[in-house]
Design a protein around this ligand. Structure first.
Ligand code: 5AD
Ligand code: SF4
Length: 452
């Protein structure tokens, strides 16, 4: 929950040099940003800062930002406008914008929000300790948005809270240049960490009590290090003692091959789950998106995944209203959804991103058509998810308990290895236990049942 700055009465404005300095980080956007914020926290803590959730007692506030859709940018702009008053009343406060918007919009941020002190792109976080140290002397803005061909924050282990799942970033950047996407511009070229350092981080996470590892990357399966590619990494990770479950996100269909599926099907601790972003089902639109596969190839790939792993859950990303999308193009998307029967999907209205190729196209789609198509994909997905989840009735599934259910402290919430959330009454179990749950019903994307 974000704090409301307007209610601020008397912010502390102390420059007492003996006081422990506090920082606050807010994260917007994808899991990669959540991970990067953990890296930032780890660096700030090494510089002597202590984390606070209270913006009024913070000496430094960082917003780790997202540019993938216009709405994400608007949210951050509004949040920054809120901080203007706080900065006025507390001039020693250091206000920083990190991440994709910093990279993409530094000039417009500096122009419209001159009270922002620091702007750092996603490859510049190593500079934070130096900036913090020189903060008293910081007379002007500090801006570093150079993209690196090498920065992977190797051996910078994030400051992780206790939990079940540890996210591990294995590669950064993207070379695919889908025409709608800003990521290749904000995050730069693909580069991978060494397998060794990833295995070290995984062992470290297991020692801290984490059972599940989710590998992260903008294009996770184009991981490529001198020691091996993505299937080799998965194979070695699956052999690390104590790693009970492995997931990864987000892959590109182009880089899902037989070697990968072979490795996935041969290790019980690699989850039967693949996120397979479709974006569109129309060959014409896929080509304009530069997605490098056709409808037919995508369908064949989904079939191949199920050949190797018959129980594999598949989720997807769908964009509606890409420039030039006709009714019949949109129908192709609905078609693929009906054939593949994705377990779940993230659905987006196309959002024009200045600087991308698609933003230059002349045949943008009206907002009301985008909205109508979005409503339709939401409806279809609801029906497909309900159909799939209904087949679980009376079946027993293995669930890893992750937390209390949102609705009640007397119920647990956990995931199957197919990534479906299951809610059930507590007995004498604890978080991190694996339990067998007999499914009795389904609502939305969640299964309900009881421990057997
Ligand atoms: N408009 C709408 N959705 C987008 N995505 C990426 N760029 C855009 C955009 N310009 C979606 C894609 C991607 C997911 C992370 O975000 O579906 O897979
Ligand atoms: Fe964006 Fe495409 Fe790269 Fe994914 S693969 S980050 S959608 S350019």
């Amino acid at each position: 929950m974000l704090q409301n700055i307007e209610n601020l009465e008397n912010p502390s404005n102390s420059n007492d040099s003996n006081r422990v300095l506090k920082y606050h980080v807010e994260t917007y956007g994808c899991q990669m940003n959540v991970y990067d914020s953990e890296i930032v926290s780890s660096m700030l803590e090494k510089s002597g800062y202590v984390k606070t959730e209270d913006i009024f007692s913070a000496d430094a506030i960082f917003l780790n930002t997202c540019s993938v859709r216009e709405k994400a940018e608007e949210t951050v702009h509004n949040r920054l406008i809120n901080f203007k008053g706080l900065k006025r009343r507390k001039p020693h406060l250091l206000l920083g914008v990190l991440g994709c918007m910093a990279q993409n919009l530094k000039d417009s941020i500096l122009e419209s929000k001159p009270y922002v002190d620091v702007i750092l792109g996603p490859d510049s976080y190593r500079r934070l300790p130096e900036i913090i140290k020189s903060r008293e002397r910081l007379e002007d803005h500090f801006v570093d948005t150079k993209l690196s061909k090498f920065e992977v924050y190797e051996n910078m282990f994030p400051s992780r809270k206790e939990g079940v799942n540890a996210w591990i970033s294995i590669m950064r950047g993207c070379d695919k240049f889908c025409t709608f996407c800003i990521v290749p511009f904000t995050r730069g070229r693909e580069r991978s960490r060494s397998i060794q350092s990833i295995l070290d981080e995984a062992r470290n996470a297991v020692e801290q009590g984490f059972l599940e590892i989710t590998l992260l990357g903008q294009n996770v399966n184009s991981f490529n290090s001198p020691e091996g590619k993505f299937p080799e990494l998965l194979d070695q990770l699956a052999r690390v003692e104590g790693v009970k479950r492995i997931r990864y996100t987000s892959p590109h269909p182009q880089d899902i091959n037989d070697d990968l599926l072979q490795v996935m099907s041969s290790h019980d601790n690699i989850c039967n789950y693949i996120h397979l972003p479709l974006q569109s089902g129309s060959d014409r639109i896929l080509s304009r998106m530069n997605r490098t596969y056709t409808k037919k190839e995508f369908l064949e790939l989904a079939e191949k995944i199920r050949f190797y792993m018959p129980d594999c859950s598949i989720s997807t990303d769908i964009i509606v209203g890409f420039p030039g999308e006709s009714d019949s193009d949109f129908q192709d998307t609905l078609d693929v959804m009906s054939i593949v029967k994705f377990n779940s999907s993230y659905k987006f209205k196309y959002s024009s991103r200045p600087g991308t190729k698609a933003a230059e196209f002349s045949d943008h789609i009206e907002e009301d058509i985008k909205q109508k198509r979005l409503d339709e994909v939401i409806e279809l997905q609801k029906k497909i998810t309900l159909d799939i989840n209904s087949t679980y009735s009376n079946r027993v599934v293995k669930v890893l308990i992750e937390k209390n259910s949102k609705k009640s402290d007397s119920q647990w919430s956990g995931r199957t290895d197919g990534n479906t959330w299951v809610v059930f009454d507590k007995q004498n179990e604890s978080i991190k236990d694996f339990v067998d749950v007999k499914i009795s019903g389904t609502k939305g994307v969640t299964l309900f049942g009881e421990i057997v």
